[in-house]
Design a protein around this ligand. Structure first.
Ligand code: URA
Length: 261
């Protein structure tokens, strides 16, 4: 259980929160566990030790450490992970490791969830948040959020396949043909595809329906947010306001061969 909005009180015109409740809201355990962490001197706030669990702080812009690890306070957490292959987007994976073991435990404890899914063998940009409205906005089929994928194919990509991907393909269990909003052949066996739907195995099903087969699949971008090249496979980062703004934008023309340069 994390601390809710009711944990805030007004002091001198500012909304403040007790340190034990602040840590609880950030995924550091129950209120009693957070109180014990603080009382044992394992916490600093904005650079100073604080062993008083009831000390009140205005949380916006605050940073704290627990056992020397620095954390920014975030009312809601938004993260990007560079997903490696071999992880399932599930808390109860079947055959492979859970993607959640790649995140620090306070983030998992505070309830961040993957925003949509990538297949076990797919790599690249995967978002996480504990903001339910954000998850809805980015996974609802009605919102048409563009996602850019790079695909390595088993067979040579020909013009007919590119035309079919752009023109729309009949897929099993889909009521309407599904088309890519952009499709660019990068080399003989490499495609860049932009899709706005987020259905189960969609890229693999579309490429198969076009007469080819996906050998590897990497998500490069969601909206206008491009996976930062410096984010190594398996690494995660906080998303800043400016990243959230980029996510909400449309992808700059990904049918350009030089995109995203
Ligand atoms: N399409 C797929 O086939 N797999 C993914 O992981 C994402 C999109």
């Amino acid at each position: 259980m994390t601390a809710g909005l009711g944990s805030f009180v007004e002091k001198g015109g500012l909304l403040v929160i007790e340190l034990e409740r602040l840590l609880q809201s950030q995924g550091f355990g129950s209120r009693a566990e957070c109180r014990a962490l603080i009382a044992r001197g394992r916490v600093t706030v904005d650079g100073s030790f604080c062993d008083d669990p009831s000390a009140c702080f205005s949380p916006e812009g605050l940073s704290f450490t627990v056992d020397g690890v620095l954390w920014p306070y975030r009312r809601l957490a938004y993260l990007a992970l560079n997903k490696p292959a071999g992880y399932e987007c599930s808390h109860r994976p079947g055959q492979h490791a859970s993607i959640y073991i790649l995140l620090p435990s306070p983030l998992v404890k505070r309830g961040v969830q993957a925003v949509g899914r990538l297949d076990q063998d797919a790599t690249g940009l995967l978002l996480f948040t504990d903001d339910g409205a954000f998850i809805h906005a980015y996974t609802s089929p009605r919102k048409l959020v563009p996602k850019v994928y790079e695909v390595v194919t088993r067979h040579l990509v020909d013009d007919a396949q590119v035309a079919a991907l752009l023109g729309g393909l009949e897929l099993h269990r889909e009521t309407k043909p599904v088309a890519a909003v952009a499709c660019c052949r990068l080399s003989e066996r490499r495609l860049r595809l932009t899709l706005t739907l987020g259905k189960y195995h969609l890229v693999k099903r579309m490429v198969a329906a076009a007469g080819n087969r996906v050998e590897s699949l990497h998500r490069l971008a969601i909206g206008g947010f491009i996976l930062p090249p410096a984010l190594a496979p398996g690494a995660w980062m906080w998303l800043a306001e400016s990243d959230l703004d980029l996510l909400a934008r449309r992808v700059p023309d990904s049918s350009d061969k030089n995109w995203p340069a």
